[in-house]
Design a protein around this ligand. Structure first.
Ligand code: URP
Ligand code: ZN
Ligand code: ZN
Length: 460
């Protein structure tokens, strides 16, 4: 099977040119003007953007969490991602404390094997670092191609590790050629504030937000940077939301330390004013919570300054009935927010179309940097000869409205209901097969492939 895409505006993290792109099998064979190929299928991309398939490196599919499971499984979640131009996701395996990493990997494979529509990989969350776990780090890297290890500095009793475990893990991960990522918030302060608010009878979703002030994220981010600097381990902060935390990373870089920063699309487009809606605000109960308008601006600035390298989603959807588990107690509302389908279009509309970031920066943060940081470049994350043919054809002028009636995610509300966007995904090609066209998904469950990743240098 071959495909020739003609006359598109071909954009990568560094290039921007009118060109043709020729695909054979799963790979890109040529990019250039007036390519002399005949193909099984020709697509006229005049007036359209042609960019690499998006990579969302932070999603939670079919994940057991807070007494329930996130509502998108590997089929519905990766298909919804494809509709929005994201061809690959990285999902999180959670070790059960007291059990092995292998045990968790087997559980996650049981849910994901044969079920994904789009491509995927795994981060391994180490929630119990001990002598046995330490031996498994090498196995994950060498045998499984799982090279990134997630840690939690919050969710005590289920997921959180302490600082001695963090330092021990960092030393081992560095030795094996991996990267440590972190949910960087101070779990002890948060637990104190949750208990205080509950004792005072303050039980609405607003108090979820008020239990996680900026200082909890700034302090943990700073501590994480210090531990990463001490151990020399490649390091990455997930879902960074605020000025205090980004300033902690900026300070760390003064000593020529590199810590990668991911923010998520909701922190760039929504703010904490959504917590004044009574229980409806449960739609935006996520950790960390949405922040202030000044933080939203800080994150856009961080992207342009190069201190925020990645825009992900932390997609962790729950049906409204599931959110209602916390109707009388904010601390029981399953934490998470649905966005896997909207990341690329929101980032384009709010970022590129409104003049906040360049088109190259859009591709860099949504496609290329996730591939570079997580050991997949250049076979994923760019348009280059020899790369996987993961390609998005995008109309930069088409207007559309987000909402529960039109989205493909398995969740019965939209956090972006009625939001009008400029720019729409038209055609998506995944490893040489047309996956989305005319608002239809043309590949089936099982097409999505598990992607083994290379060792990580910590330099991009
Ligand atoms: O609220 C969130 N973020 N839920 C998913 C788990 C996590 O902390 O990333
Ligand atoms: Zn988190
Ligand atoms: Zn998450």
């Amino acid at each position: 099977m071959s495909i020739l895409i003609k006359n598109g505006r071909v954009v990568t993290a560094s290039e921007d040119q009118i060109a043709d792109l020729y695909i054979e099998g799963e790979k890109i064979i040529a990019i250039g003007k007036n390519l002399p190929y005949r193909a099984d299928q020709e697509i006229d991309a005049t007036g359209k953007l042609v960019f690499p398939g998006g990579i969302d490196p932070h999603v939670h599919l079919d994940m057991p969490f807070m007494g329930t499971f996130s509502s998108d499984n590997y089929e519905t979640g990766t298909r919804a991602a494809l509709f929005g131009g994201t061809t690959m996701v990285i999902d999180f395996i959670l070790q059960t404390q007291g059990k092995s990493l292998r045990h968790a990997l087997d559980q996650w494979k049981g849910r994901s094997d044969g079920n994904a529509v789009g491509d995927y990989a795994f981060h391994m969350a180490v929630t119990d670092f001990n002598e046995d776990t330490k031996k498994e780090i090498r196995q994950m890297v060498e045998e499984e191609g799982i090279v990134s290890f997630k840690t939690f500095m919050a969710y005590k009793g289920a997921l959180m590790i302490n600082d001695s475990q963090m330092v021990g893990l960092m030393q081992e991960v560095k030795k094996q050629g991996g990267l440590v990522t972190v949910h960087a918030t101070n779990g002890d302060i948060i637990d104190y504030l949750i208990a205080k608010h509950k004792a005072e009878g303050k039980l609405s979703p607003l108090y979820h937000y008020l239990s996680q002030p900026e200082i909890t994220e700034a302090e943990a981010s700073s501590r994480f940077c210090d531990m990463a600097h001490y151990t020399g381990c490649p390091a990455y902060i997930v879902h960074l939301t605020c000025e205090g935390a980004l300033n902690a990373v900026r300070r760390a870089t003064l000593r020529n330390q590199r810590v990668f920063v991911e923010t998520c699309i909701q922190y760039l487009t929504l703010d904490a004013s959504l917590y004044d809606k009574g229980f409806e605000s449960a739609k935006w109960v996520m950790s960390p919570p949405l922040r202030e308008k000044k933080d939203v601006e800080t994150l856009w600035a961080g992207m342009n300054q190069g201190s925020v390298q990645v825009v992900a989603t932390d997609h962790c959807p729950f049906m409204w009935e599931q959110k209602k588990l916390g109707e009388n107690d904010f601390s029981k509302i399953p934490n998470g927010h649905p966005a896997i389908e909207h990341r690329m279009e929101l980032l384009f509309s709010e970022g590129v179309a409104k003049g906040k970031i360049s088109l190259n920066k859009f591709v860099e943060t949504a496609c290329t940097n996730p591939a570079k940081i997580f050991g997949m470049y250049p076979f994923k994350g760019t348009l280059a000869v020899g790369s996987d043919a993961d390609v998005v054809i995008f109309d930069p002028n088409e207007k559309h409205t987000l909402g529960v009636k039109s989205h493909h995610m398995n969740v019965d509300y939209s956090s972006y209901e009625g939001m009008e966007l400029t720019g729409k995904t038209k055609t998506v090609i995944l490893r040489g097969s047309v996956a989305i066209d005319n608002n239809q998904c043309l590949v089936s469950k099982g097409y999505g492939k598990f992607i083994r990743r290379n060792k990580i240098t910590g330099i991009i």
